[in-house]
Design a binder for this molecule. Sequence first.
Ligand code: NIG
Ligand code: FE
Length: 418
Amino acid sequence: MQELVSSPRLVVKGASQIVSLAGPARARVGSEMGDIGVMTGVDLVCSNGLVEGVFPAGTSSSDGKCLEIVDATGCVVLPGFVDAHTHLVFAGNRLDEMAMRSAGATYAEIAAAGGGIRSTVAKTRAASEEELVEIAFRHANRFLANGTTTIEAKSGYGLDLETELRILRAMREADSLTRLSILPTYLGAHAFPAEFTSETDAYVESILSTIDLVAEQSLALWCDVFVEEGYFSADHARRIAVRAHQAGLRMRMHVDQFADSGGAALAAELGADSADHLEYTSTAGIEELARAGVVPVLLPASVYCLGLLRYPAAREMIDRGLPVVVATDFNPGSSPTFSMPFVTSLACTQMRMTPEEALTAATINPAYSLAVGDRVGSLEQGKQANFTIWPCQDWREIVYHPGSIWPSQVFVSGNCVV
Ligand code: NIG
Ligand code: FE
């Protein structure tokens, strides 16, 4: 995230509600996911880019040190959203696939017909580093405009050493140029590139050596694998995870998206920080996640955008005590959305989460799943002053109006960036 000079003191006054997400200093589970801290008649006070606290209205600016007042009269104030699963950097788009899907083609059929991940790989390989930075910058601004202030971002549209490193460097550059905080993941194991189809082992070998370089150059914090029929097997994932751990990268995994391949249990076996997708995960798989402390990251917008009907079993996961996270899965194929408000809406309408649970799963829980819960995800003393102001009087309107509400202002470290 770009370094900014923070205003020394900032008071946000007049909000109809400030939702703090204050609570224990860890991800929230079970009934805690419903405790979001809705406060009325309060001001948010920040200094030097950090939250000082939420105080009864009018008690905070009387000492004469207040240099900036933000009028939030009649509005809602929330922590910035934390999006724990995005594919930030790719060239081009996959507009054609929409009509193919409308005509009944599946994800696998579209990929076999020359669309899918490989078609984006071809376009991304042809883009210069400068172009990729420009794309990342543009996408970053769309995330901010939708109220998201921290994202995890995966590579995975290069699938060769040179382009994967170029994507990761572009993400690092975008992180320094924009106000969005970007936490990088290396996803060389996103698909087999066209030049390796007959020698799958050789491609896995090349991923292993790329992991070492990525770690040496501090280009990523995590390594990810897409485990699915036609993509990577459990054994590929095991080899990748061993190498990633040796190199000091932690694991996140795409599992059980189109079929239950035992991916949740595999993520548990490999000690992954998160298991993402989980549309087809069984009760036994959920048990394994709970036993191993793997965070489920649910991506309902990808189910929706693919026109599918099977959403992950969020209710069962919450009832089992898992710290559920929801994320956009922003990518050109299965989920071209930047919007966490839209994802929270899907969480409620399609996965039977309550609005409170959805908000927890979009702020404080993803912050902990990305190991930044001590800094972002809630409005509590000492955390970064990353917050959003919404043109509504009740925070639930953000979940209630799918695809039709945006923040009127977005603050990062106490600076207005949108
Ligand atoms: O998370 N499942 C794998 N990766 C993406 C889709 C990528 C693409 O279609 O370009 C996902 O849904
Ligand atoms: Fe994904």
